[in-house]
Design a binder for this molecule. Sequence first.
Ligand code: SF4
Ligand code: SF4
Length: 198
Amino acid sequence: MKRRESLSLLERLYIFEVIKGVIQTSGHLFKHFATFLLRTIGLMKNTKPWATYEYPDEARPYAERYRGRHRLTLNGDGSMRCTACFLCATACPAKCIYIEASEHDDPQIEKFPNRYEIDTLLCIYCGYCVEACPVDAIRMDTGIHPEIYPPDPRAFIEDKETLMLRSRVLEDLGPEALFKAHMKKLKDIETKPFETDY
Ligand code: SF4
Ligand code: SF4
């Protein structure tokens, strides 16, 4: 920013600066208006004259490193990779991960999480749980933002099955399917409130 004493006489009169601002703003207005008119007659289809997104019909593309909703990753046989080591729960600054470990029937496996829950109402989406996991059992690479749940705090708790199903859908149908299903659910909320599965 220029210091006040270094402004020229014309700049200090302000009126010319105001006129410059009005011309610049009007230029953008007329440019976008002309683009809009051309689009209505079928031209310039690939140019968007507005900066907004028609959410939820149209979603803003997320950055590659966007931290989306959690998922518990799976082994090749569909079992969960988590070994119930509690490192994620220990690292979590919001203390919103609850794990109950149990002995596994398979003597080769020491223990597994009989219960694994994340209270997404408390979660601050910091990603520390992902960083802390030594076996890559939890990820936030779903590309979908937090769910809208009914006005009941208990509904925001995502359990083991929900977190595993998210991985299954992502692996079977791909991120696009997961994203589309998520956006459809958000659109359906007005007619069929709060029916969610993954
Ligand atoms: S993202 Fe952060 S706050 Fe959320 S569960 Fe993981 S560690 Fe906890
Ligand atoms: S998700 Fe990872 S860090 Fe958390 S309990 Fe399971 S294995 Fe340990």
